[in-house]
Design a protein around this ligand. Structure first.
Ligand SMILES: Cc1cc2nc3c(=O)[nH]c(=O)nc-3n(C[C@H](O)[C@H](O)[C@H](O)COP(=O)(O)OP(=O)(O)OC[C@H]3O[C@@H](n4cnc5c(N)ncnc54)[C@H](O)[C@@H]3O)c2cc1C
Length: 397
């Protein structure tokens, strides 16, 4: 089997990359180890309205609800309300993630990409140290897929980068342990995504309640692996649900556990190789949201692959246009948000309460990190010391 490009993983990062490469005339194969694209769903299913501007996914089949905004609750219950435009990566729409992923895959196939499910990548084919394709198991059959470029879009526990010699190790403090229910018969849901913060509630992370319509809610928790122990995420989430009256007569339709990287991105290009999405750690380190980045970065990857195939140049040097462009799009924000994540880790519940108190009446019209810090410090000057490391990056954003 020979293709210009083999993409490992049919999540949003893989299928968007494949689609834009195929649209540029590239012969692409996506391989997916699961039997069905997008299933099982392990996601809060929140996505920013930014995707409206990109024209990457159309229609409404994948949309469970359009959100007015987000409410962020501090440990003492103080609520900070944000409009959908201001609320970041996970607020705008709540989606049916399985339908969303399948729609992105459909668009890739429509553009000319091929997709093989039940196909697990087991290693890289290398010749004199150069990557030449992928070894995989399709059902019980061992196969070899030759390709000029291998795209690692194989998610949080990516092997492709590691096989290529890239250090993709995630430290426990850069990994969120998550679990998530979909509940039916939840009462009093509206069109806001709710986030609950606090050391007791979700150490190093948060609990979310995202409404999906008809009394259905996606409810989950992410806690930092370094602050966690076996079973802790589920225990904390169950405790929260048992105390929230909205869930009194609700029952789960689905429960799943997994992880999300909250790290800085790794090296994303080598000769004949590109990493995208969670495999590249393209996830917002504060929120753990990765979907918008997958779309934004996947498009760039597909376009650069298109040029590389046209020029028959698969060198790291040529492919590094991809790294330069994704850094231009999300690099600064990733660095800043990683720093904010680190600062938040040192905060106790009292500080979270002070932050919420400073922001609860803040007019989020002029939203820059700098203006936020000014607002915070004005009401609670003691926050200045904690936020000082942010001042330098804040002036640039
Ligand atoms: C609990 C939870 C909640 C989340 N909530 C949100 C949210 O609300 N909003 C948001 O924006 N982000 C959220 N995220 C993050 C988001 O889900 C990820 O950023 C996103 O799925 C990354 O897409 P991807 O294509 O990089 O990887 P994935 O979607 O993980 O896709 C990788 C694919 O590769 C396949 N694969 C892996 N290894 C192989 C192999 N060896 N061979 C073949 N195929 C392979 C996998 O089966 C999978 O289909 C959440 C994550 C978790 C865990």
């Amino acid at each position: 089997m020979k293709y210009d490009v083999v993409v490992v993983g049919s999540g949003p990062a893989g299928t968007v990359t494949a689609r834009f490469a195929a649209e540029a005339g590239v012969n692409v194969l996506i391989i997916e180890r699961r039997a069905e694209v997008g299933v099982p769903v392990l996601c809060g299913e929140g996505i920013s309205r930014k995707i409206d501007e990109w024209n990457i996914i159309k229609g409404t089949r994948w949309m469970a609800g359009k959100m007015e905004g987000a409410r962020i609750y501090s440990p003492d219950g103080t609520c900070v309300k944000l409009s959908a435009e201001r609320a970041g990566n996970e607020t705008g729409y709540v989606i049916y993630r399985d339908v969303f992923d399948q729609e992105l895959a459909r668009l890739a196939i429509e553009a000319g990409a091929e997709l093989m499910t039940n196909t697990n990548a087991t290693g890289l084919i290398k010749e004199k140290g150069r990557i030449r394709g992928i070894r995989a198991k399709h059902f019980d059959e061992e196969i070899e897929i030759e390709a000029d470029i291998v795209v690692g879009a194989d998610g949080v526990d990516s092997k492709i980068g590691k096989w290529a010699g890239i250090d993709t190790t995630l430290k426990p403090e850069d990994l969120e342990t998550c679990c998530q229910y979909t509940f039916a018969n939840v009462k009093n849901l509206d069109s806001y995504c709710d986030f609950y913060l606090g050391k007791e509630i979700a150490p190093g992370g948060y609990i979310w309640v995202f409404p999906k319509g008809k009394g259905i809610a996606n409810v989950g928790i992410g806690i930092l692996a370094s602050l966690s122990e076996a079973g802790m995420a589920k225990k904390l989430l169950d405790n929260f649900i048992s105390k929230d009256p909205r869930f009194k007569n609700a029952h789960p339709l689905r429960f799943l556990a997994g992880a999300v990287p909250v790290a800085l991105p790794v090296e994303t290009v080598r000769d004949n190789l590109i990493l995208v999405g969670d495999a590249a750690r393209h996830v917002d380190p504060i929120t753990g949201g990765g979907l918008t980045h997958c779309l934004e970065v996947g498009k760039i990857a597909g376009e650069v692959i298109g040029k590389a195939v046209k020029e028959k140049n698969f060198s790291k040097e040529f492919l590094s246009e991809y790294e330069t462009r994704w850094k231009g799009a999300i690099g600064k924000k990733m660095k800043r948000n990683y720093m904010v994540k680190e600062i938040m880790l040192d905060m106790d519940d009292k500080t979270f309460n002070m932050l919420a108190d400073s922001l609860k009446d803040y007019k989020f019209d002029e939203l820059s990190t700098f203006s936020l810090i000014k607002a915070l410090v004005k009401k609670h000057p003691t926050l200045l010391m904690k936020l000082r490391p942010l001042m330098k990056v804040a002036k640039e954003t």
